[in-house]
Ligand binder design. Structure first.
Ligand SMILES: [Fe+2]
Length: 266
């Protein structure tokens, strides 16, 4: 009897040990085989824009940029207009499997390689997608004020002062007839330059790097400013995200406008 009990106790002990082992294994944190690439510590400088394209989330609430840009405008602008560019682009590219997984930037840099029947659609909607992807990032509820960092120095050197730069930028934006964008770009000579583009054309189509840009389509301001584009252009400076712009500027100068730099980020 004693032997029987000893044997039972032995098996019971083994059972408990096994049970403890099993539970501890299951409770141990899962070690995932995470990618070796480090997660970017900062906001992506320029979003990777592979196709099929995806609508990036707005990095703040719709109302976050009020009173300078109203919540309803932000909602329509992001959820409807930008979403439509993404959908239209994907719909056009769906007809051509060989264009799938190409980056939007490379498509826009080489529009001649895009089949003629979808070329204008890709130009307008691919441009709309990358322009707006940048636009959300270069604004911030904590934005505004004088530029900081290296871009401040370069703006002073190129344009004389921030005020002169802002004046020229607003003048260019106000003078863009119809719909389009006003930009601060780094041109092919590596210099800062204020330019404008019609519709959704991007400066990358001419080999310039878009460091910052303001959307002067009426859909960007009409609900709040009606026909007063000049007021919108003035107030927009209150939400400009100089941190992000500094990152884009640094990347544009260090990467010599390479396609890789435009796509670096996520
Ligand atoms: Fe827009």
């Amino acid at each position: 009897m004693k032997k029987f009990l000893q044997r039972q106790m032995h098996f019971l002990g083994l059972g408990i040990t096994l049970l403890v082992l099993l539970v501890s294994c299951q409770a141990a944190p899962q070690v995932e085989s995470s990618p070796t690439a480090a997660t970017p510590a900062t906001t992506p400088v320029a979003q990777a824009t592979p196709t099929p394209a995806q609508l990036p989330p707005l990095p703040y609430d719709y109302a976050a940029l009020e009173p300078h840009i109203d919540a309803e405008t932000m909602k329509l602008h992001h959820d409807r207009h930008h979403a439509a560019y993404v959908n239209n682009l994907n719909e056009a590219l769906a007809k051509y499997p060989n264009l799938q997984n190409r980056d939007v930037v490379t498509l826009l840099q080489d529009l001649d390689s895009v089949p003629e029947d979808i070329r204008t659609t890709v130009r307008n909607n691919g441009g709309g997608h990358i322009n707006h992807t940048m636009f959300w990032q270069i604004m911030s509820p904590q934005g505004g004020g004088e530029p900081t960092g290296a871009i401040a120095e370069e703006i002073n050197k190129t344009f004389g002062s921030f005020n002169q730069f802002r004046e020229q930028f607003n003048e260019a934006g106000g003078g863009r007839f119809g719909s389009g964008w006003v930009w601060l770009v780094r041109n092919q000579n590596g210099q800062l330059e204020i330019t404008t583009t019609p519709n959704q054309d991007s400066p990358i189509m001419d080999g310039s790097y878009p460091i910052m840009g303001n959307d002067v389509w009426e859909h960007a301001y009409y609900l709040n400013y009606q026909n007063r584009r000049a007021d919108y252009l003035d107030n927009w400076w209150n939400v400009v995200n100089w941190n992000e712009i500094n990152q884009r500027s640094a990347l544009s100068s260090s990467a010599s406008l390479s396609q890789q730099s435009l796509n670096q980020g996520t």
